[in-house]
Design a protein around this ligand. Structure first.
Ligand SMILES: Cc1cc2nc3c(=O)[nH]c(=O)nc-3n(C[C@H](O)[C@H](O)[C@H](O)COP(=O)(O)OP(=O)(O)OC[C@H]3O[C@@H](n4cnc5c(N)ncnc54)[C@H](O)[C@@H]3O)c2cc1C
Length: 267
């Protein structure tokens, strides 16, 4: 299989063909890229879409959370690089000007609509699971619905937290949303395999109460707190049971409730 836009294959009928506008590599496992946005492509902040490369007659498509907010004129993605991964071994080589295939229908449960109104929303993420929250924390609608947004991001190493830290700094400095976000967004990064200010799995930080102590917040109260989770299957299952212990209940698009989940990847 050839890489990126170098091969000439017909664009599948159910896809947009978009152009890469920037690529930024954080580590040997993580990178971000931005692409042009088709005028007719609508989505709700927090949703995901299938993307692929025009490098085969039948291209490989994978689910990707859209990391940019619904008002942004471009689309942003935050990606893993899986050694030998059918999509990412090629995707990690993309450059400005290359073509990305984008399926036309976004979907997902990590959306404001799937949560009941509340005072505070927690967004629990590990690894690339921060991507849907990168979209939501930049959407003014999130701050209309909640007075306070707590974004947690847990990675193995400090370098893997860079995307999230940069995101929060840029969001606060943004001329469009900075003022809306200021004083309402709390960021909490932690690592599991390298010593850092906050070390440990988010599940342990939640059960020990360390998370609440360090943020200066009371424990989760189902009357006012809401939550969204995005990470590995194990992280999701463990976090779900802790949240249910606090009295939160899982919601969906057709039945909003006090927490929602989505897998950051399959496997
Ligand atoms: C709803 C949903 C949203 C997703 N959003 C994103 C996203 O925003 N960014 C992103 O990079 N991936 C995301 N993924 C995963 C993505 O669909 C692909 O699996 C990933 O791009 C790797 O593709 P691949 O073909 O190279 O390897 P695959 O064959 O798809 O994966 C090979 C193995 O790599 C591991 N793996 C795959 N993705 C990840 C990951 N993100 N983090 C850690 N390990 C992983 C798993 O063990 C998997 O079995 C999402 C998946 C789902 C279901």
């Amino acid at each position: 299989m050839a890489d990126g836009a170098r091969a000439e294959f017909p664009i599948p009928a159910n896809c947009f063909a978009e152009t890469v506008t920037s690529v930024h590599h954080y580590t040997d496992r993580l990178f971000k890229f931005r692409i042009t946005r088709p005028a007719s492509f609508r989505f709700r902040s927090g949703e995901f879409v299938m993307i692929g490369l025009p490098n085969a007659e039948k291209p490989v498509f994978r689910a990707y959370s859209i990391a940019s907010p619904s008002w942004d004129e471009e689309l942003e993605f935050f990606s893993i690089k899986v050694p030998g991964g059918p999509l990412t071994e090629h995707l990690q080589k993309i450059k400005e000007g290359d073509t990305i295939l984008l399926r036309k229908k976004p979907t997902g449960t990590l959306v404001n609509d799937a949560l009941l109104p509340g005072k505070r929303v927690y967004m629990f993420s590990t690894g690339t699971g921060i991507a849907p929250f990168a979209s939501l924390i930049r959407d003014p609608e999130t701050y209309e619905k909640f007075d306070e947004v707590v974004l947690t991001h847990t990675c193995r190493e400090i370098a893997e937290l860079a995307y999230g830290k940069e995101l929060v700094e840029e969001t606060l400095a943004d001329p469009l949303v900075g003022e809306i976000v200021a004083g309402k967004l709390k960021y909490y990064g932690s690592t599991t395999r390298e010593a850092y200010d906050r070390t440990g799995r988010i599940t342990d930080l939640l059960t020990s109460g360390e998370l609440f102590d360090q943020l200066g917040l009371p424990p989760i109260d189902p009357a006012i707190d809401r939550a969204m989770i995005c990470g590995s299957m194990d992280m999701i299952n463990d976090t779900k049971s802790i949240l249910e212990g606090f009295g939160l209940e899982e919601g969906a698009n057709n039945a909003p409730n006090t927490y929602v989940v989505e897998r950051a990847f399959v496997g």
